[in-house]
Design a protein around this ligand. Sequence first.
Ligand code: APR
Length: 235
Amino acid sequence: MRKPKLVISSGAGISAESGISTFRDAGGLWENYPVMEVCSADGYRRNPKLVHEFYNARRKDMVGKEPNDAHKILAELEKDFDVYVITQNVDNLHERAGSTQILHLHGELMKIRSVVDPNYVEALDMEHLETTPDTKGENGHPMRPHIVFFQEPVPNMELAAEWVYEADIFVVIGTSLNVYPAAGLINFVREGIPIYYIDPKPAENVILPPQITVIKATATEGMRKLKEILLKNYK
Ligand code: APR
């Protein structure tokens, strides 16, 4: 018998307890920078050196962080569920916790891509955490952070919507549901499919579907509660 398909949409809140700051709790600043200066196509065109330096700092910050229990419980649920993680996060904490089916909507800190060919992507490693606008790929192309900036398309959105449409259970965790198209994923859930929303301050400025169950808790507390619910009701 096939395992129930558990599809997760995670945001910055799931990494908060690992010590990685969220976006909107800091009044629109990302580590003291206006988000549009370091995470938009215009910002990158205006000052590529600043953008490279910003993501160099984010990478160095991230390598010192560990997955928390929320990431780990999600990975453990793969024993009983077919778990698909769609994340807006650019950190690699889901991977390091052991999740095996992960789709990054907004890119990945530990990757860089060709400025010329967006499909040419290279992985960075612990010895190479820094890039500059002069960094070249093995193919000689100038490289940039593999991040989806504001004002850029979200290439993985179509596949993410397919994953959500096929879900038997959908979980939203640690996102303010502020940024589209990611926030629109919830609209691809089929009629009658249960939705759980874990957040200590659930978004108030959005209309949530009637069948949603809000778990007002941090990611780690919420995932402990959700694990009990899932194993009791859906296994
Ligand atoms: N556990 C769970 N959720 C938490 C925790 C926690 N410990 N702490 C904060 N949160 C919640 C906040 O209440 C908020 O709803 O996490 C959410 C974080 O929201 P944002 O900071 O807006 O992050 P996110 O929704 O991921 O932002 C989406 O915006 O800036 C862009 O590309 C960037 O991917 C990012 C996107």
